[in-house]
Design a protein around this ligand. Structure first.
Ligand SMILES: Nc1nc2c(ncn2[C@@H]2O[C@H](COP(=O)(O)OP(=O)(O)OP(=O)(O)O)[C@@H](O)[C@H]2O)c(=O)[nH]1
Length: 319
């Protein structure tokens, strides 16, 4: 990695981010109560809860709504998308999660064809269930799991990865709906045959816990909140602030910027020029109307954010 002047002179970067007067109240739609009700209703059939979250934000946005159920049922936290996360401080992260009551943690890449940690999931879950009483279900020889998590963390991908690993099957297909019950509530997906393990195909989607504007921005960068509700401009700026703070400067080379910068307008302009993303606007001058080309800042911001999401700006830990 090139050593930039700015790296030696890190003091020139912002040490805090100005969140302005933003209000997170509308950053996540409030229509999720129905899904939550369904999830609670099916909970009695569940032997283990698999909570999946984005490994780039192991602390931000996880919804504690199920805490009361988690206290009695085995609970596994799957931190997914490890291929995108900087895990150099993994041990510290695990300790902190353990301090907050999370005992079982697994790091996964659900898109990888053979992920060793996905292979560990079934034995781990089996042991966890066998070490706890099974809530009126002792007679059953099959296990029932529920996958929950905030949007876009990889719930479907994990289910597909489990089926790929344990059943040698591709995309998840539903393996039985129970008559008389809404399909969306109690459809079961088999993920393993030895032992027999099903997942309840409930919506599984929890609203994220947005406790601050900063949490909201991290969730938005990870694709959990719709971009336009938060604003691509502030997301791009927070991304730039984070990359500089973490000294992840690969964006400089990617976009041919010369040096790192903490000025989002300057960076977006450079990105727009590099990508040829300009737009024509009419300008009224003293001698009439003319058309001028200006950088398309929105398109540049999108590219910057998408590159981060694909891991093309390096592995990052936002928390
Ligand atoms: N890089 C990477 N991308 C992943 C991984 N797992 C899932 N994705 C991607 O993340 C996006 C969301 O994955 P889904 O499996 O649809 O997530 P979900 O939680 O089911 O999404 P919702 O149904 O919206 O709640 C997709 O573009 C996946 O390809 C992973 O381990 N690594």
């Amino acid at each position: 990695m090139k050593l930039y002047h700015a790296l030696r002179n890190a003091a020139s970067f912002r040490t805090f981010f100005d969140f302005g007067e933003r209000d997170v109240a509308h950053w996540f739609p409030g229509h999720m109560a129905k899904g939550l009700k369904q999830m609670r209703a099916t909970m009695k059939n569940v032997d283990c809860i698999i909570e999946i979250h984005d490994a780039r934000i192991p602390f931000s946005g996880r919804n504690p709504l199920f805490q009361e159920s988690l206290d009695v049922r085995p609970h596994l936290l799957v931190l997914n998308k490890v291929d995108l996360a900087d895990l150099s401080t993994k041990q510290r992260m695990v300790k902190e999660l353990e301090r907050s009551g999370v005992k079982n943690i697994l790091f996964t890449d659900s898109l990888k064809q053979r992920d060793d940690n996905i292979k560990k999931l079934v034995p781990m879950v089996t042991e966890m269930i066998n070490n706890k009483p099974r809530f009126n279900r002792e007679e059953s020889t099959s296990y029932c799991l529920m996958v929950i998590g905030v949007p876009n963390v990889g719930k479907s991908s994990l289910i597909n990865a489990l089926r790929r690993t344990y059943l040698k099957k591709g995309r998840a297909s539903r393996v039985g709906g129970e008559p008389g019950i809404t399909k969306a509530v109690l459809t079961r997906i088999q993920v393993c045959d030895r032992p027999i393990m099903h997942l309840l195909d409930t919506p599984g989607v929890l609203p994220p816990k947005i406790e601050s504007v900063e949490t909201g921005l991290k969730l938005a960068l990870c694709g959990t909140i719709l971009d336009h509700l938060v604003g691509e401009d502030v997301m791009a700026d927070y991304l730039l602030y984070s990359l500089n703070r973490l000294q992840k400067f690969s964006y400089v080379e990617r976009y041919g910027l010369g040096d790192p910068s903490d000025n989002i307008e300057h960076v977006l302009k450079g990105i727009a020029v590099k990508l040829g993303k300009t737009q024509r606007v009419k300008a009224i001058t003293g001698i009439g109307n003319i058309t001028v080309r200006i950088p398309n800042y929105t398109a540049a911001a999108y590219d910057f954010i998408r590159a981060f999401r694909r891991g093309e700006l390096g592995q990052v830990l936002l928390d």
